[in-house]
Design a protein around this ligand. Structure first.
Ligand SMILES: Cc1cc2nc3c(=O)[nH]c(=O)nc-3n(C[C@H](O)[C@H](O)[C@H](O)COP(=O)(O)O)c2cc1C
Length: 274
């Protein structure tokens, strides 16, 4: 039996979360598949009923990025899976439910799931060091519970109902979350005009942003060039730039981030389903 950690994690907190959970799984070989890499999303990965898949994705109320490509690359054969979604101290909306449905169509059975908090992709001091030590302890225990349930008890039934993580504090977030959650489809995207980036002259042309972009939206000619229609706004380039040369250019996106950021200061804890 092998355990696969499969993630789409532009800022790294989803990947960390999966690795922390996996520490609770004893006596299983761990294999990682990074779905930030386009070539991995173009492959077909097939799993047996004795494998375990831990799938981790970041959210923007729904699954964010290219979830249909990620899930579409996976094929289970009654394969147990653990769904992991992360959000930036806000709400993961319907994403875990949507992931469950999408994975079940691909031959997987959800045996556990969790909505976790990761460092906010847009900074502003929100969820700055998360997952932190407290999260790590919770994630390790969650991994141990999965180990006990599946590896010791051979129990594949999900006993908890996966709900929608819903805002209560402000009408703007509540309505936004409700609307986005109700729109059919696996994932959610920002309008292309919101993805415009500025590249300033401190750029050292190191190529890191070009290589980390999950959709090939950046190329290096004399300077870094962005294809705004390809860009999904995941902030991997902004957060990974060693010189902080890349910034958001869209005032609409900046305003939207400022707007939601005012509701994000109170620490949220993970929600677990097993
Ligand atoms: C375009 C975009 C929209 C986001 N929307 C939300 C949101 O609605 N609520 C929230 O809590 N976090 C939101 N986030 C933050 C991420 O879900 C969060 O920071 C996550 O931990 C990032 O995972 P990563 O570090 O693996 O990339 C958003 C991030 C991006 C890039």
């Amino acid at each position: 039996m092998k355990t696969y950690l499969i993630y789409f994690s532009p800022g790294g907190s989803t990947k960390k979360t999966l690795r922390n959970i996996a520490k609770g799984l004893i006596n299983t070989e761990i294999v990682e598949i990074d779905m930030m890499k386009q070539e991995n999303r173009q492959k077909k990965f097939e799993f047996g009923q004795n494998d375990l898949v831990l799938l981790g994705m970041m959210t923007a109320t729904k699954l964010f990025g290219v979830p249909s490509q990620v899930i579409g690359a996976l094929k289970g054969n009654n394969t147990p899976f653990v769904g992991v979604v992360t959000c930036g101290n806000g709400y993961y909306g319907s994403s875990l439910k949507v992931m469950k449905k999408g994975m079940e169509k691909r031959g997987f059975t959800m045996i556990a799931g969790g909505g976790f908090i990761g460092k906010y992709s847009f900074g502003r001091g929100i969820a700055e060091n998360r997952p932190d030590q407290k999260d790590e302890a919770i994630q390790l225990k969650f991994g141990e519970a999965i180990h006990k349930k599946l590896f010791i008890g051979n129990n594949r039934t999900l006993h908890s109902k996966i709900g929608i993580d819903w805002p209560k504090e402000g009408s703007f977030s509540t309505i936004k979350c409700a609307i986005i959650s109700m729109i059919p489809g696996l994932g959610m995207k920002l309008p292309a005009s919101w993805n415009k980036l500025n590249f300033d002259s401190s750029c050292i042309k190191c190529d890191k942003c070009v290589n980390t972009c999950p959709v090939g939206a950046l190329s290096l000619k004399d300077n870094v060039v962005q294809d705004q229609t390809k860009c999904i706004g995941c902030q991997a380039c902004v957060n990974g730039c060693p010189k902080q040369s890349i910034t958001i250019a869209s005032n609409k996106l900046i305003k939207s981030v400022e707007n939601v950021a005012q509701y994000r200061s109170k620490r949220k804890e993970p929600k677990l389903f097993i």
